[in-house]
Design a protein around this ligand. Structure first.
Ligand code: HEC
Ligand code: HEC
Length: 282
């Protein structure tokens, strides 16, 4: 009943369908007083309700220089990995600095991101950790450009960059770098192993991913800080493949089959790496 009442109420006010950002933006005079009961109503209105209003946790500005080593250490902590490391370096650090609700989060949930989600090599867990942190504070309309900036930057950057110095936990010193052109753990790790000559299960590969955990935390924090300052801007645009292939495979085009925004090149370029390995293969 409460849901119906609220729906009717909003409909009467002519704001149904207006995103929360539009309300929060103050476009509706007096919205504050009308919407104040939202969290309480959400908590008691049954299915799909949650304790807090949607995406309502308040973000805080973080010092990337302080959080980067925390992300690096978080990767190694109990072997929880990249998703945990990035998420803790953001939300865990808000908890250390501001207490609740951030310190109430069960951070080990993000261990699932390790090795591309439970060893599947799908999305890079560091990216999962960062995007999940974004989603505590921003719904998709606000968040999607932030995720796009992070993922495009990841596709286009030579990793790893972070240098733990004498605080290294795997191996010290400089490591070879590679550009993944992909947000996928499988492609990112595979390309680096190919370029560096190190095996996937090598100590160097672990160190590389620990450093990338710090790299992703730094970039994610820069995006979040800019967002809070009202200064977020997209700096990493779409690769040529996404624009070119999208001309015919995007919605409404002649072959509207395309799902996603990943750079098409690693998988559809017909490179020697993606050719048929079931025939004439060592
Ligand atoms: C000028 C339009 C056009 C462009 C540009 C284009 N495609 Fe296509 N593509 C088609 C059409 C038409 C089909 C066949 C019809 C269908 O399956 O819907 C097709 C089929 C495909 C298929 C499935 C069949 C096959 O041949 O493998 C894949 C995969 C594909 N395209 C990927 C790409 C990628 C990746 C790019 C960018 C490098 C790209 N396409 C650019 C029009 C285009
Ligand atoms: C991580 C690898 C990967 C990336 C990145 C990727 N694709 Fe694909 N794509 C695939 C695979 C695998 C299939 C399924 C191929 C099959 O049906 O055998 C597929 C299917 C498709 C299809 C449907 C036709 C078909 O053959 O099934 C189209 C069209 C397509 N991709 C276009 C694109 C475009 C355009 C991009 C970039 C915007 C892109 N893909 C990015 C791997 C990828």
């Amino acid at each position: 009943m409460e849901r119906m009442n609220r729906r009717t109420m909003l409909k009467t006010m002519g704001v149904l369908g207006c995103a929360t950002g539009c309300l929060a933006g103050g476009l509706l005079p007096g919205a504050g007083s009308v919407l104040a009961p939202e969290p309480a109503m959400a908590a008691t209105s049954g299915r799909f309700a949650q304790k807090d209003a949607p995406f309502s946790w308040k973000p805080h500005v973080l010092d990337a220089g302080v959080c980067a080593p925390v992300a690096y250490d978080g990767y190694w902590h109990q072997g929880y990995g990249c998703g945990y490391g990035v998420f803790y370096a953001i939300v865990g650090m808000m908890g250390e600095q501001h207490g609740a609700p951030y310190n109430q989060f069960p951070f080990t949930m993000l261990e699932v991101g390790k090795s591309g989600i439970s060893d599947w090599g799908t999305i890079c867990g560091a990216l999962l950790g960062a995007a999940s942190a974004f989603a505590l504070f921003w719904g998709r309309k606000e968040r999607d450009p932030m995720v796009a900036e992070l993922f495009r930057w990841y596709e286009q950057t030579a990793f790893p960059m972070h240098d733990p110095g004498t605080a290294f936990k795997g191996v010290g010193g400089a490591l070879p770098t590679s550009v993944s052109h992909s947000p996928l753990c499988h492609v990112s790790v595979g390309r680096w192993c190919q370029a560096s000559g190190f095996a996937e299960k090598s100590k160097e590969r672990g160190e590389r991913c620990a450093r990338i955990t710090a790299d992703v935390a730094v970039k994610a924090i820069a995006i979040m800080n800019a967002k809070q300052a009202g200064a977020f801007a997209v700096a990493h645009g779409d690769p040529a493949s996404v624009t070119y292939c999208g001309e015919c495979h995007n919605p409404g085009k002649q072959s509207p089959l395309l799902k996603g925004k990943m750079d098409c090149t690693p998988c559809h370029s017909g490179s020697p790496h993606t050719a048929d390995k079931f025939r004439n293969h060592p």
